[in-house]
Design a protein around this ligand. Structure first.
Ligand code: GDP
Length: 587
């Protein structure tokens, strides 16, 4: 069997869930078509997703077509979860981008296509809902060429295929120009497959997930045109975890090597303080022995997280780092203990959830990407844990950075605690660091650990309530009185000394800044520039291509949402906005 890991992407309502059902049905994986509107589909495993009719979490379903075993990896479609989309794309061999024959190319479709192209992922387009009255064809093809891909080839009417293929291959060009008759159907199809695999051209299929029209041709396209998974089963293990299911199974794409129950597997992740490497015995692998190209569900790897790498010899480039969440909300409940346990468990499965308990104010804070995520979280707390939670209005997450150098020291004998601690705080260009300058001498390991842990915890709280970043903490003095001193003495002393050192260095509260890229129709330029400037943005000079201006600008993240809301009115709904976290800047 040749294996293909395939993702289906779409803007909400284009028919991704229905198409998934249709493919699973045609592939014999399910006996009956579920219907989205009845909430009976296979892939939307969570009740919440069923009710909302949107897909939030990645899931995998397998079907076969010819000699292909196809793993459908269900990618989320909502913008709050674009980080999940990017993560899921990294494990795919190819993708289908679904659009609706009625609504056509939407901003979200353009955003997804841009991401697919940036990653060089072979992609088929599927125009769904052609059974509905008002379904477009020619004008839609024109929109697809304009907004999604100039190298889109309609498979309903592939007259332009040779011409488009010739643009990317001089041999085809020669044959096309001078020997038209010798470009036979087989040669064309082979060239088409090669160029689709190289993500140079994008075939467009038309059909209906509901009636099944056009699905045979799409399936044929999937098996003929998309490249199957490559990889060496005998090489060392290399994989990526892209989902944790509710039963704590880790779902991983295996790129090379293989994994079997009772294997000892190494898994690792990069964090702001370095790479964490763990290893453990796999207690079960579904479906049995999984080799290169396959998807494995692994049980027994404690503490494994989404985004973790399997194996210790990966040479693949690191996947893009998640954009840090920019909002936070204080969560409250009748029973704060249950709330914290539930949130911590959810956070373990999902790197997009970040929970903090502030001991000073007895509050629990959760970082967020947007409102939909908050809604999802509230529903999961209630449904899965029976916890009714209330959320404060979200606020922007800032950080604190040391402005200068500051130090402090407390000597035992002069303080109530039998422990000497001296610390110096300095700005650091390489994130937070803990440096030993004092003679460690005979300082027991447990005391050093107590100091280090307290430094990390104190930095998380900052002087103004924000996490301190880009800060180097140097341990300059230590001392203790054996056998009187205990670790708790070092904890208390370290917190006080570090707070004083931070006060002496002073910290600046810095707010997040995004870099945005905007494509807008030419006539909208001046009103968009005005809106940008009143949002506190600094636009770069715009560039004009055809009738479209491309604008880039730095904008305080706090003002992004409000600016985004104005955009449709300013541009007639045709703007394409992408944003990336850029930096933190003093407010
Ligand atoms: P998703 O949000 O992209 O997963 O889209 P769904 O699969 O949930 O479909 C959204 C709505 O469009 C539902 O009401 C579907 O019944 C409907 N729908 C999906 N595919 C088709 C189709 O091919 N034809 C028609 N007429 N309706 C469809």
């Amino acid at each position: 069997m040749r294996m293909l890991n395939l993702g289906i992407l779409a803007h909400v309502d284009a028919g991704k869930t229905s198409l998934t059902e249709r493919l699973l049905f045609e592939g014999g994986a399910i006996a009956r078509m579920g219907a989205v509107d009845e909430g009976s589909t296979q892939t939307d495993a969570m009740d919440l997703e069923r009710r909302r009719g949107i897909t939030i979490r990645s899931a995998v379903a397998t079907f076969t077509s010819g000699d292909h075993e196809i793993h459908l990896i269900d990618t989320p479609g909502h913008a709050d979860f674009i980080a999940e989309v990017e993560r899921a794309l990294g494990v795919l061999d190819g993708a289908i981008l679904v659009l609706s024959a009625i609504e056509g190319v939407q901003a979200q479709t353009r955003l997804l296509m841009r991401t697919l192209k940036a990653m060089g992922l072979p992609t088929l387009l599927f125009v769904n809902k052609i059974d509905r009255p008002g379904a477009r064809y020619e004008s839609l093809m024109a929109d697809i060429e304009r907004w999604l891909s100039p190298s889109a080839i309609s498979m309903r009417d592939p007259q332009r295929a040779a011409e488009i293929l010739a643009e990317h291959n001089d041999d085809v060009l020669k044959t096309y120009l001078y020997e038209t008759e010798s470009l036979d159907a087989d040669t064309l199809r082979e060239e088409l497959a090669a160029q689709i695999s190289a993500a140079l051209v994008h075939p467009v299929f038309f059909g209906s997930a509901v009636t099944g029209a056009g699905i045979d041709a799409l399936l044929q396209g999937i098996t003929d045109f998309l490249p199957t998974a490559q990889g060496d089963d005998t090489a060392p293990l290399d994989g990526t975890v892209f989902a944790i299911e509710q039963d704590k199974q880790a779902v991983a794409r295996i790129f090379s090597g293989s994994v079997t129950a009772r294997d000892i597997v190494t898994y690792s992740r990069r964090t702001s303080t370095g790479t964490i490497v763990e290893s453990a015995k796999v207690t079960a692998v579904h479906p049995g022995h999984v080799g290169a190209g396959g998807i494995a569900r692994l049980t027994g790897l404690r503490g494994i997280k989404v985004g973790d790498r399997l194996g210790s010899s990966s040479t693949r480039p690191e996947p893009p780092r998640f954009r840090p969440p920019t909002l936070e909300t204080v969560v409250t409940s009748q029973n704060p203990g249950d709330l914290y346990t539930a949130l911590s468990e959810l956070a373990e499965q999902d790197p997009l959830i970040n929970v903090r308990r502030d001991p000073r104010h007895h509050t629990i804070t959760v970082s967020l990407y947007g409102e939909v995520q908050q809604e999802v979280l509230a529903a999961r707390l209630s449904e899965e844990y029976g916890v009714d939670a209330a959320f404060s209005p979200p606020r922007i997450i800032c950080v604190e950075r040391p402005v200068g150098v500051g130090s402090a020291v407390e000597f035992m004998g002069q303080s109530p605690y039998p422990a000497t601690v001296g610390l110096r705080v300095e700005p650091s260009a390489t994130g937070n660091q803990f440096v030993l300058e004092a003679e460690r001498g005979s300082l027991p390991r447990a005391f050093l650990t107590a100091i280090e842990e307290t430094v990390a915890a104190t930095l998380r709280e900052g002087l103004h309530g924000w996490q301190v970043t880009d800060c180097s903490v140097v341990l300059t003095h230590t001392g203790y009185d054996s056998p009187v001193t205990v670790a708790a003495d070092f904890r208390i002393q370290t917190r006080e000394v570090l707070t004083t050192a931070l006060r002496n260095a002073r910290t600046a509260v810095c707010e997040p800044i995004d870099r945005l890229t905007l494509e807008i129709p030419a006539p909208a330029l001046s009103s968009v520039l005005t809106a940008l400037t009143t949002s506190g943005a600094l636009p770069d000079p715009p560039t004009l291509t055809g009738e479209t201006y491309t604008l880039t600008a730095l904008i305080p993240t706090a003002h992004l949402r409000a600016f985004e809301w104005q955009l449709p009115a300013l541009t007639g709904g045709t703007a394409l906005l992408t944003t990336h976290f850029h930096t933190h800047r003093p407010r």
